[in-house]
Design a protein around this ligand. Structure first.
Ligand SMILES: [Zn+2]
Length: 227
């Protein structure tokens, strides 16, 4: 069977949309050949939730795992699926959105949620009216599908900016250790999914920036697609 690779991460630049008050990235030339330096280099100043990034439990649980605590085995997914759950501004994903894929959830390790909101990434509403995931959906997934280790969404955050309390609750439910729930979840936010909607994914690799001790980090996400 033939397969192809797709990069599901957006390139980071000065226009990258940021959630809430998080500052935009700044790239300052440090040495410049045009200024008679021997090389070109930059100093990068960046919030750790910039662009396509992965949230680890430490984001909401102080003694939770940092992203650098994950081994590569924990960041490779052999049974990913993409679920189409079209959402308009500020709508939340509920368990009903999964009724047609319930049988697939039982073997899935990485769930990619395609809301279609990525097409608004250049508009202000991508930051202010993004769809999110309802807390009861996260609770249901952790209870009934402990095999799911990671959830990705084509929205700036799993927290809808218009429903911030529910968003915080959803993060806490995802990241808190609980009896019978399996490992806390990982989230990939601001991921590019339009070009793989409806496809069958063979494998997902998540390669975060290797920075010790931080809660979350920008990441490259690479998918192998069956064709
Ligand atoms: Zn985040």
């Amino acid at each position: 069977m033939n397969s192809r690779y797709e990069v599901l991460s957006y390139a980071i630049n000065a226009a990258t949309p940021m959630y809430s008050t998080a500052p935009k990235p700044v790239f300052t030339p440090y040495s410049q050949i045009i200024k008679k330096d021997t090389s070109n280099t930059f100093v990068i100043s960046m919030h750790n939730h910039t662009g396509t990034h992965i949230d680890a439990p430490k984001h909401f649980v102080n003694d939770g795992k940092s992203i650098s605590d994950y081994s590569i085995d924990e960041l490779i997914f052999e049974n990913p699926i993409i679920v189409d759950c079209p959402k308009n501004s500020a709508e939340l994903i509920t368990p009903d959105d999964f009724s047609y894929v319930l049988h697939q959830l039982q073997i899935c390790d990485c769930l990619l949620l395609h809301t279609g909101y990525g097409k608004f990434r250049n508009e202000e509403k991508y930051r202010t009216h993004n769809p999110g995931i309802a807390p009861e959906t996260i609770l249901w997934i952790r209870k009934d599908y402990p095999n799911i280790r990671c959830i990705g969404i084509d929205s700036i955050s799993i927290s809808s900016f218009q429903h911030r309390n529910e968003g915080r609750e959803a993060h806490k439910i995802a990241f808190t250790k609980s009896e019978g729930f399996g490992e806390p979840l990982l989230f990939i936010e601001d991921i590019k999914l339009d070009m793989i909607s409806g496809e069958s994914i063979e494998k997902i690799f998540i390669i975060p920036w290797q920075i010790d001790g931080i809660d979350s980090a920008p990441c490259n996400v690479i998918a192998i697609i069956k064709s």
